[in-house]
Ligand binder design. Structure first.
Ligand SMILES: Nc1ncnc2c1ncn2[C@@H]1O[C@H](COP(=O)(O)OP(=O)(O)OP(=O)(O)O)[C@@H](O)[C@H]1O
Ligand SMILES: [Mg+2]
Length: 245
């Protein structure tokens, strides 16, 4: 079993219709259990990279190895299953189902993945686990049954966080997960996130790997390692060179 949760090799990605590469990353490794603070200017490709790690988008060239699975060799159904069972995705736009209650949104990964459901029900039933996560994120029972669309933006972000964490996925990918939170709730959120991911998984045995994108450099010291996307993405360096010329 590889000690790396994520390995990128000679990765190139271009959005349809774009002239140049959006991502050109010779090599990037993330160790299993490592927590990464990923930053870079707006438009530098952070969300695009996270989408590739989650198997939502595929690169035109190179290798993307996630938990020992070569994503470019898998069909979309297999990538969906890998994501549903092993990756907690916290999207920049939350992607909650607006008509579902907060708690049903949190429970969605357990509906799609028996693995996540089994892990979420180790200590108590899955609903209690969803309630525990929501409570820890300071969302009290008065919010649990409300449709997501009727929650404030900051509340929706916390529901999305609980959904990413439920069932203890091996990798959590978080795209600016604190952008809508006030300073106090940011700290509560980071504390919970780091506490949850540092617990040994009773099923997988290891700690959760975290890739956390944020513009807020003050948060960087809480993570094992900081990656500046401009430093690893040659496409950004080429762009900067063209601007200087
Ligand atoms: N769905 C898409 N179709 C075409 N181009 C896209 C798409 N999504 C992003 N891009 C382009 O890819 C580049 C990188 O965008 P991306 O969203 O990954 O940046 P980001 O670093 O996450 O920015 P931000 O900090 O603003 O969230 C941008 O030039 C953007 O215009
Ligand atoms: Mg983004």
């Amino acid at each position: 079993m590889s000690t790396h949760a994520i390995v990128l090799d000679d990765l190139r990605f271009r959005w349809p219709g774009q002239a140049g590469w959006c991502l050109d990353i010779p090599r990037l490794e993330v160790a299993a259990g490592e927590s990464i603070f990923l930053h870079g200017p707006s438009g530098s490709g952070k969300s695009t990279l996270l989408g590739i790690l989650g198997g939502v988008a595929l690169p035109q060239r190179g290798r993307v190895c996630v938990l020992g699975n070569e994503l470019t060799q898998m069909n979309s159904g297999a990538r969906d299953r890998l994501r549903a069972s092993h990756i907690g995705f916290l999207f920049q736009q939350f992607n909650l189902l607006p008509w579902l209650s907060a708690i049903d949104n949190v429970l969605l990964p357990c509906t799609f993945s028996p693995t996540r459901k089994a892990r979420a029900s180790v200590a108590h039933d899955v609903r209690q686990e969803a309630e525990r996560l929501l409570s820890q994120l300071d969302l009290t029972s008065s919010h649990w049954l409300k449709p997501a669309a009727e929650l404030s933006v900051g509340q929706q972000q916390r529901v999305a966080a609980a959904r990413a964490l439920i069932g203890r996925p091996e990798i959590v990918i978080a795209d600016e997960p604190t952008s809508a939170l006030d300073a106090e709730r940011q700290q509560i959120f980071i504390d919970l996130l780091l506490r949850e991911i540092s617990q040994e998984s009773s099923v997988g045995g290891g700690k959760t790997t975290l890739v956390f994108v944020s513009h807020d450099q003050r948060l960087a010291s809480r993570f094992d390692r900081t990656i500046d996307l401009c430093e690893v993405n040659r496409a950004m360096q080429a762009e900067a060179g063209m601007e200087q010329a």
